[in-house]
Ligand binder design. Structure first.
Ligand code: ADP
Ligand code: MG
Length: 267
């Protein structure tokens, strides 16, 4: 199935119509198991079957837009996020970030591209246990060669922004799940990336904490492109539109997924 990149959402007033990121005809195959080897081949064993995790998927996301990625487990959401983030290359197809074709970059250039332009938020936070919240947030800046004083200042400002000003020196083990996820959001934003991808960011959180984290995403998207994978309906409600995957292909694209407003008690 071929789905043309859809035009930018017409719902978000701040949405710039030029896409920030465009994926065209993306296909991803994973080889499973081990190759049969020479003796295996002599015994008539064939190559392990390849899993096609994505097939002919096209998607584009504009600045100021939140695109939800829906679909059951195994439908290809994480694979698509990783490819758009430049963490993995597709087997076929292209990803263009602004003017840059990611498959034209060397591995080193792709790492640099990610560091400078992409923020990634994982379901399981991926924080370093031995480091404080501030040191975790500052970590991408170490790799970018930012000075220590500026790292501290930027990490502190981000932690304040996500409401963790009194948790700056806490380690992940001393923080709740929602607080750890907010540290992970701060870390994803510390380089001021133009693209933020989040993989099941509320999967580990109770619903109230999840709402707080989602409210933070709305602010994150004000001047960035955000792609949010989830199979959770309340999470997808914050998206301007939702792309639904099924067995590695786009089965449906919805604009105005139910209501775009969420309400957090006590706020
Ligand atoms: P989702 O995030 O929607 O649950 P994934 O993108 O993780 O889906 O997986 C899509 C399909 O690709 C699944 O069938 C999964 O088993 C397969 N897959 C994902 N990663 C790998 C891998 N590294 N090696 C082999 N198969 C994989
Ligand atoms: Mg996944």
């Amino acid at each position: 199935m071929t789905v043309q990149p859809s035009p930018a959402s017409s719902t978000g007033e701040s949405t710039d119509t030029t896409p920030m990121i465009v994926g065209r005809n993306l296909q991803k195959e994973y080889k499973r198991g081990s190759e049969p080897g020479r003796i295996g081949r002599l015994l008539g064993r064939s190559d392990p079957p390849a899993v096609r995790a994505l097939d002919e998927v096209s998607i584009s996301v504009a600045n100021g837009e939140i695109v939800g990625l829906a679909g059951p487990s195994g439908s290809g959401k994480s694979t698509l996020l990783h490819i758009l983030a430049g963490l993995e290359l597709p087997t076929e197809g292209t990803v263009t970030f602004q003017e840059t074709a990611l498959n034209s970059l060397s591995r080193r250039e792709r790492t640099r591209h990610r560091l400078e332009h992409v923020g990634v938020i994982f379901q399981h936070f991926h924080l370093l246990k031995s480091l404080s919240a501030r040191a975790n947030v500052a970590l991408p800046l170490v790799e970018l060669g930012v000075s220590k004083s500026e790292r501290r200042q930027r990490a502190t400002a981000l932690l304040e922004r996500v409401g963790l000003e009194d948790r700056i020196t806490h380690r992940p083990g001393e923080l709740s799940g929602g607080e750890q996820q907010r540290v992970a959001i701060a870390r994803a934003l510390v380089t001021d990336p133009k693209l933020v991808v989040a993989d099941e960011p509320t999967g580990e959180l109770d619903s109230e904490t999840g709402k707080r984290v989602l409210n933070e995403f709305r602010r994150v998207a004000e001047d960035r492109a955000v792609i949010l994978a989830s199979h959770d309906r309340p999470t997808l409600r914050i998206a301007d539109r939702v792309v639904r995957l099924q067995d590695g292909t786009i089965s449906d694209q919805e604009t105005e997924f139910e209501s775009t407003s969420i309400h957090t008690q006590g706020e």
